[in-house]
Design a protein around this ligand. Structure first.
Ligand code: SAM
Length: 403
């Protein structure tokens, strides 16, 4: 139990078991977001048991939500002060330095970047590497200067594929060693999903925010379309969600609306995907369940795709079903499969580096892959210092049917 109870916004006292932190965080973040970090700080000060405070990846979702709420309500500076307090605890310092010791390739990459022409985060990196994460955050929040060099990808070791600026953030190192429930598929099927019930206008706004992430995929698809030596090639976006990618492909002129199909487990996502693709037929968007025996038939009744895209779909499956899922995707017989996966687990996704081998076992050879380059810019510069809910290293893999 945290040793010092803290008052909530109405001056009442709250007492929490450390084991309740994740659940309580979710409630507190809605009512009193400014209490999240003090609560975690207290837990971190309670010795061995305090380790639980940031031991689960769920805890980082609460911290990230508190960051957004406090920023929106003008309490961004208070949030930064609280972050510094949390990182000043002995336990946070110990956990971060243990993590850095166990990731020598990452510390090497951080040291090497200091040898290049100076940048805005250099002082913060020096402080982080010398075991002073709280001071590192203060330095990174205050400094100005060039940010571009921190967008390079870490090439070796356990953080391969992450942009270097992830590793500048002390919270990234706490997050990397936090535990994660690997049973993610049930969350997609049973739990309320983020952004569910959003209005059409809100979805269009979300699409605009999401678009820069997916933009590098568009030329990849255009090149594959050009290679298919037949009239009117057809693309199926599996796990299409709200249909952002099919909308992007239409708006960017990769394929006409009639050639774009999408499917997902959730009927409301399918309905929104149809709404977001102008001039589409409702039949182009249909529900499927990759865990159902009938999957192949359901898809082939609607479309025989030349290209399949699956963006962050395979990470939604548990280890005991991924082989079946990949076999089912491969059985659809598309000439190309463009898959986006991740090496890092989040609360709702699993991280796996071996998926190309699984596709190879089902008749597809990997043509190329590229790590997504997530840039650090003036807009997201504080992401190098403050908590996020996840730090994904996403990978785009192009597979070609081997025959
Ligand atoms: C991480 S989201 C990605 C959405 C979209 N591709 C994107 O990149 O924005 C994964 C999507 O896969 C869908 N999904 C999860 N399990 C599925 C299943 N068993 N069958 C079909 N779709 C599933 C989810 O409903 C969700 O829309």
């Amino acid at each position: 139990m945290p040793n010092r109870p803290s008052p909530d916004s109405d001056g009442r006292t709250i007492r929490l078991e450390v084991s309740d932190l994740d659940r309580s965080s979710a409630i507190l973040v809605r009512s009193s977001p400014h209490l999240i970090l003090p609560m975690h700080t207290q837990a971190m000060q309670t010795g061995g048991k305090g380790r639980d405070a940031l031991a689960s990846k769920e805890a980082f979702s609460a911290l990230a939500s508190a960051r957004v709420s406090m920023h929106t309500s003008g309490a961004g500076e208070l949030f930064a002060t609280q972050v510094v307090e949390l990182l000043s605890t002995q336990l946070a310092r110990d956990l971060i330095s243990q993590r850095l010791k166990s990731a020598p390739e990452t510390t090497e990459a951080l040291s090497q970047i200091l040898e290049e022409p100076s940048g805005a985060l250099d002082d913060g990196i020096r402080l982080l590497l010398s075991g002073r994460p709280a001071e590192a955050v203060q330095a990174m929040l205050q400094s100005a200067g060039d940010l571009k060099k921190y967008g390079v990808t870490i090439e070796n070791g356990s953080d391969t594929g992450h942009p270097l600026w992830h590793a500048c953030n002390p919270f990234f190192h706490l997050w990397r060693q936090a535990e994660h429930d690997p049973h993610v598929q049930s969350q997609w099927r049973d739990d309320p999903l983020p952004r569910e019930g959003a209005s059409l206008e809100a979805s269009i706004q979300d699409f605009e925010t999401w678009k820069p992430w997916a933009a590098p995929l568009v030329p990849v698809i255009k090149d594959l379309v050009a290679e298919i030596d037949q009239p009117s090639p057809v693309l199926l976006d599996l796990g299409c969600g709200h249909g952002f990618f099919t909308r992007l492909l239409q708006l960017e002129g990769a394929l006409p609306a009639q050639a774009l199909f999408g499917s997902d487990y959730h009927p409301d996502r399918i309905a929104r995907a149809h709404e977001l693709l102008s001039a589409s037929d409702a039949g182009q968007f249909f529900t499927t369940d990759l865990l159902a025996e009938t999957f192949l038939q359901t898809v082939h009744d609607r479309v025989r795709p030349d290209i399949i895209t699956a963006l962050m779909l395979t990470p939604c499956f548990d280890d005991d079903t991924i082989e079946t899922v990949i076999a089912r995707i491969a059985n659809l017989g598309a000439r190309y499969i463009v898959n986006v996966d991740t090496g890092s687990a989040w609360p709702r996704t699993n991280g796996r580096m071996d998926e190309p081998n699984l596709f190879a076992g089902h008749g597809y050879r990997m043509r190329r892959y590229v790590w997504y380059k997530a840039p650090l810019t003036a807009t997201n510069r504080h992401d190098a210092a403050l908590p996020l809910k996840a730090w994904p290293n996403q990978r785009l893999v192009v597979h070609e049917r081997a025959d």
